[in-house]
Design a protein around this ligand. Structure first.
Ligand code: FAD
Length: 414
């Protein structure tokens, strides 16, 4: 595949852009693969990429029932940070954040990583204690974060009202190298790199059954026919319970809709990401000028990939005390995705009761930031059967009571 570069852009400009090739090949399924990955979201594609890059396993197919990134990958609010509380989470999310730093160069694809900084606002005394504790934990884990005063928060975000009557800003947990990236580009960049390694990226191909023999996986049935495989990775986010059911096991997971919206575009007014967990909203400004605003999950389990007005109204109403200027903006679009939430709000990267079937799910409302790290770790799990970043995240932790409780860092926050 031809490399993207400034020279390529100049060459194509001179010939009216007639020479660009497809970013990835249109593939039809072969009869058999060493590894099949179900799910063409960021995590599935990153897993395939690292299987090829780190372990030389390239006879791989990625099967996607819709279009690449059409699940949560293309629906999130793109916040990237690694300021989690527990050691296994901090290790995984920090690995991921560090991979974002070089992702555009590694993939030769501009994913527009923007380490503009993320503030998690403390608006209750309970949050002050919680975030100060996280800052101390992060210092021990080697994750660079700091506790900042309300004045510093105001310096960073002049449009904020820090003296709100109900929830004044009492400080914040600041991660200067957190930020955002272009979510579709992450999926497309990985797909291009996978295709370049000879892997088959197959869209419009839904897995409808998982075939097993003697407790071991032998292949899958799909809307494009039966395909055999030696190993299978299930990386389907909100559809995890359903696809695990096809493979014959159950997951401790709930699927719920999570919603977001963007405002009309306005001039640049905020150059960091802000999360306000007490009032339950988070926002950043996109390169186009839209205020990107995320809210909470639905209060009941469902598989609806759509928004609903009452939720959006709640989120905006809550944010207006801290960001009064939002009351003057018109809403441009709203949408929803299905997120997969575990009891301890930590992901599952694990072997399963079916031999050679591996599962990656449970990222809930906050897995975009984990995309490259999850792919890195999951590839190791599939190739070697274990790995330092995945060992703590196995399914057995729910049976053994070894929870990785991130409900404060990840319950609704991103
Ligand atoms: C509104 C919203 C805001 C969010 N904001 C953030 C944020 O700011 N920061 C953050 O870190 N995270 C955020 N998240 C969470 C994040 O988007 C997800 O955790 C992450 O994108 C999950 O990626 P994935 O690749 O596992 O899943 P997906 O991108 O959902 O990919 C799974 C794919 O599997 C496919 N699939 C399902 N079943 C089958 C089948 N049977 N056969 C074939 N294919 C199948 C689906 O079509 C889908 O494309 C947000 C999520 C939402 C919905």
């Amino acid at each position: 595949m031809k490399r993207y570069s400034v020279f390529a852009v100049a060459r194509e400009a001179a010939r009216y852009h007639t020479g660009w090739e497809r970013a990835w090949r249109k593939a039809e399924p072969k009869k058999k693969y060493d590894v099949i990955i179900i799910g063409g979201g960021g995590h599935g594609l990153a897993t395939a990429y690292h299987l090829g890059k780190r372990f030389g396993i390239k006879n791989v197919a990625i099967l996607e029932k819709g279009w690449l990134g059409g699940g949560n990958t293309g629906r999130n609010t793109t916040i990237i940070r690694s300021n989690y509380l527990q050691d296994p989470s901090a290790a995984l999310y920090e690995k991921s954040r560090s991979l974002y730093e070089t992702m555009s160069q590694d993939l030769n694809y501009n994913v527009m990583f923007s380490p503009r900084g993320v503030i998690m606002l403390a608006q209750t005394h309970h949050e002050v204690r919680g975030y100060q504790r996280t800052a101390h934990a992060n210092a021990l884990q080697g994750v660079k974060t700091e506790w900042i005063s309300p004045t510093r928060v105001k310096d960073l975000v002049p449009i904020m009202n820090i003296a709100g009557p109900r929830y004044p800003v009492l400080g914040g947990l600041w991660q200067a190298r957190g930020g955002t990236a272009r979510h579709d580009a992450v999926a497309w960049g990985y797909a291009r790199a996978c295709s370049d390694m000879g892997m088959d990226v197959i869209q419009q191909c839904e897995v409808t059954a998982v075939r097993r023999e003697g407790g071991k996986v032998v292949g899958v049935d799909t809307t494009k026919g039966a395909i055999d495989c030696d190993k299978l990775g299930i990386v389907v986010a909100g559809n995890s319970g359903h696809v695990a059911g096809l493979a014959g096991f159950r997951l401790p997971i709930e699927s719920v809709a999570l919603q977001a919206l963007v405002s009309e575009p306005i001039k640049p007014c905020m150059d960091v990401v802000v999360m306000a967990n007490t009032v339950h909203g988070y926002l950043s400004q996109s390169d186009k000028g839209e205020m990107v605003i995320g809210g909470g999950t639905d209060g009941y389990n469902n598989y609806t990939q759509r928004g609903s007005f009452h939720h959006i109204e709640e989120t905006v109403r809550a944010l207006i005390e801290t960001f009064p200027m939002l009351s003057r903006l018109k809403m441009l679009r709203q949408w929803g995705g299905i997120v997969d939430v575990t009891g301890d709000r930590s992901p599952i990267l694990s072997k399963t009761p079916v031999e050679n079937v591996f599962i990656n799910c449970g990222w809930g409302t906050g897995g975009f930031k984990a995309t490259p790290g999850s792919g890195w770790a999951m590839a190791e799990l599939i190739a070697k059967g274990h790995g330092p970043l995945t060992d703590a995240f196995g399914l057995e932790r729910f049976r053994e009571g070894r929870f990785i409780d991130e409900s404060v860092a990840a319950g609704v926050a991103h």
